[in-house]
Design a protein around this ligand. Sequence first.
Ligand SMILES: Nc1ncnc2c1ncn2[C@@H]1O[C@H](COP(=O)(O)OP(=O)(O)OP(=O)(O)O)[C@@H](O)[C@H]1O
Ligand SMILES: [Zn+2]
Length: 469
Amino acid sequence: MVEIRLTNTRTRTKEVFTPIDPGNVRLYLCGPTVYDRAHLGNARPVLVFDVLVRLLHHVYGTDAVTYVRNFTDVDDKINAEAQRRRAAGAEAPLEALIADRTDETIAWYHADMDALGNLRPNHEPRATAYIAQMIEMTRELIARGHAYAAEGHVLFDVRSFPEYGKLSGRSVDDMIAGARVEVAPFKRDPMDFVLWKPSDDDLPGWESPWGRGRPGWHIECSAMSAALLGPHFDIHGGGIDLQFPHHENEIAQSCCAHPGAGFANVWLHNEMLQVEGRKMSKSLGNFFTVRDLLDRGVPGEVIRFVMLSTHYRRPMDWTEAKAHEAEAVLRRWHGLVAGIEPAPSPAPAVIAALADDLNTAGAIAALHELAARGDAAGLAASARMLGLLLPGMGDWAVAGDDTARLVEALLAARADARKARDFARADAIRDGFAAAGVEVKDTAAGPEWALAAGFDAHALARLAEAQGA
Ligand SMILES: Nc1ncnc2c1ncn2[C@@H]1O[C@H](COP(=O)(O)OP(=O)(O)OP(=O)(O)O)[C@@H](O)[C@H]1O
Ligand SMILES: [Zn+2]
């Protein structure tokens, strides 16, 4: 059996992964708050977990893996968006506007993550479907002396859990000194966090023993993971930005509600996608969405390749240069594997790289070696471990007949123009190609062309029209 090693944030070491039950390997990934399109950074944990899931499928069998990723559909930002729509004249009740917004966002999320070649998780719970479990868990935490009700709120008492801070490696006192904590008169300790809070009359709320209200964010993941995976499961993940406070708080809640169960064995955190050294984030406004890239004509597979070219524990940037390079590589590989039956199993070097703490960059290097050796069957089988070169994925890499015909006709027109010393026309065609996103290289054997990430079929058609080609 392949030995998988993963870096566990909890122990800060790379550990051999041993599932609790090899017949049912269980993972939970913190999913998106569904108020807006996912930005490219939000796709990173999804891609990392997708490769992990493919590796676990390979090692333990597809039916032996349960992958859960939630949708957070209770949130001030969702409410704010619904209120904005109502202020702008929408007639429906706020609840319906909220449901519209979350349904719409979930559909976008699915479309965008599918376009990147990600498998859907086995379960995608929505927080609003698990409110009863959240109330039950909150009640349990009060009964066990780990939480207290005050002024319509229920707060987790961090001093009641000596291990609080262990995941992020800080003591409660350090946290108080360093953190921006919300001070509230009803809190026993400034670090105590909300399990339940009251809701205004014009915002969504649920009846509870503490009055009409709504859950805090952290309790959502504790309740949903317990409901779908049980109180002790294998791997819990998310971006490193969630390590504190979100994951610290999840551990406190889950361990105190289910003493002795253990919660997640391995904590896996991806580093951030950055823009000029800072985390890409909605709040900083330095983001672009996955959809922006797809709409500009960057194929999902190219985005996936670029994102997986950097190890998940390293910060990374998105650059146009990386996208161009990825596109050229994938185009070549698609050409190589076209019509080839994949080998029965992926290359050992690719599996070994992935099993070594998801070394996707190493796995891609191993794919390059297979391609260099001309082992198309091996390349086809191995690339699938990374969700690349999947059946049907290469359509973008092959220019449509029309496109090829237009480009060839324009190249012929350019050659004629050159022969006739009509350099103005030759230059116009060259500039038109550049504007349409057709890259032309003149080689000794004649011109070679490729479609760039931003290829614009309409611009090409207009150019052909204008040149009478
Ligand atoms: N720049 C980034 N790089 C990698 N992962 C990220 C980045 N930003 C967010 N994530 C991850 O995306 C997932 C979804 O996060 P969430 O929906 O809370 O993000 P958000 O609040 O919309 O994003 P932001 O952090 O931009 O406000 C989380 O696992 C989070 O860690
Ligand atoms: Zn979570």
